[in-house]
Design a protein around this ligand. Structure first.
Ligand code: FMN
Length: 399
């Protein structure tokens, strides 16, 4: 038997073979003004692809303008955007690594003012108002949280989220159009050279808004029961699988993340049904490349509105799924080594460590010290806090 821990052993995921089981989790950075990726974005991904055979999941990208509602986020619906993604996938492949692009639709979490300015309505499964965020709000909050970490004696107050106007309820033709948009965006991702796509089914964006009674009070076949509320998410999965193949399709879920005012929750029944349906499709020959679950403890790092609750567990959901599984949220080197040694189909997603350490895979392999992340630059513009975190330097005793 090899002495190399599972974490640094190869594993097959869909069509690709990874050389380690650390995955860069999807990370929105708001650094693509005009919705098109740029040279700075290319550098950022190329740096994080530095350990050959690593899977990177991209920041979330809008599947259509109607699915958008924040500036500075890349899209996947124009030729310019596809061409720009191609430069990123080429740079990642040049390092021997792989890229899945995350597919995003905001629904009622959009900035109503911005979505209307782009000529589209502020929409959701049902017309229920929420505390939606704006790019400015997210930037300001993370800047202040970064400041407070450096100045614990004189913390600054976080801005209060404001309640938005109620969104307009989607019509059925619009629902079907969104499903088609996800499938087209998946095709565009593959045309751009991506190894696959991950459907963003978490954090209270459009697909998840259908899952909750609190945001979905529809009386047609898209609401009302657990099966009906799961219909939109599963229809997206089926459409994307039909477009690009199950082995290039993945889904991210967060049964426990309490984010942007989620309510009316029935997590075990709702997500148990959803994941059982994915497993049923897998056994029938349509096995997704992987299922990605956010751990309950991971929520606190992701968003200022997220609530931290470590008493809940994804273990039940993990047991319902027999394919490759990614778990993300609050992982340390020690528990990543331990959990991957216990579960041979497990990958570990890392968010904040990947922001601050472009060579995190190499550092964890050799147990080297880490750069600390700076939350105040998570969402700012330009290279600072984005492409200027140093690689480990053999010549420096301490970083
Ligand atoms: C700056 C930032 C941006 C994020 N953007 C996304 C995103 O676009 N899509 C997504 O599914 N999760 C997103 N997340 C959540 C992360 O993927 C991850 O689940 C979270 O950071 C917890 O993992 P960690 O403890 O390793 O950081 C984001 C988190 C951070 C910190």
């Amino acid at each position: 038997m090899s002495d190399t821990p599972n974490l640094f052993q190869p594993i097959k995921v869909g069509n690709i073979t990874l050389q380690n089981r650390l995955v860069m989790a999807p990370l929105t950075r708001f650094r693509s003004p005009g919705h098109v990726s740029n040279a700075l974005n290319v550098d950022y991904y190329a740096q994080r692809a530095s350990s050959p055979g690593t899977l990177l999941i991209s920041e979330a990208a809008f599947v259509s303008p109607a699915a958008g509602g924040y500036e500075h986020v890349p899209g996947l619906y124009t030729q310019d955007q596809i061409d720009a993604w191609k430069v990123i996938t080429n740079a990642v492949h040049a390092k021997g690594s792989f890229l899945f692009i995350q597919l995003w639709g905001l629904g009622r979490s959009a900035d109503p003012t911005y979505i209307k300015k782009t000529g589209y309505d502020y929409i959701a499964p049902s017309p229920i108002a929420t505390y939606s965020t704006t790019v400015e709000y997210v930037r300001e909050t993370s800047r202040i949280m970064g400041y407070n970490k450096r100045h614990p004696d004189s913390p600054k107050r976080l801005p209060r989220p404001t309640k938005q106007e109620p969104p307009r309820e989607l019509t059925e033709p619009e629902i079907l159009q969104f499903i088609a948009d996800y499938a087209q965006a998946a095709k565009n991702a593959i045309a751009a050279g991506a190894d696959g796509v991950e459907i963003h089914g978490t954090n209270f964006y459009l697909p998840e808004q259908f899952l909750f009674e609190g945001s979905n009070q529809r009386t047609d076949k898209w609401g009302g029961s657990i099966e009906n509320r799961a219909r939109f998410m599963l229809a997206i999965v089926d459409a994307v699988v039909a477009a690009v193949g199950a082995e290039r399709t993945a889904l991210r879920l967060s049964p426990w993340v309490n984010f942007l005012g989620k309510d009316g929750r029935t997590p075990v029944a709702q997500w148990g049904y959803l994941i059982s349906e994915l497993e049923r499709r897998g056994r029938a020959g349509q096995r997704l490349a992987y299922l990605h679950l956010i751990e309950p403890r991971g929520a606190a790092g992701a968003h200022p509105l997220a609530k931290y609750n470590a008493t809940e567990t994804n273990d039940l959901f993990a047991r319902l799924w027999s394919g490759v599984l990614v778990r993300a949220g609050g992982y340390t080197r020690q528990n990543a080594l331990k959990e991957t040694s216990e579960d041979p189909r497990l990958l570990i997603g890392l968010g904040r460590y990947f922001i601050a350490n472009p060579d995190i895979v190499e550092r964890w392999k050799r147990d080297l010290p880490l750069n600390e992340y700076d939350r105040s630059t998570f969402y700012t513009e330009g290279p600072e806090g984005y492409v200027d975190y140093p690689f480990y330097n053999e010549g420096t005793a301490k970083l």
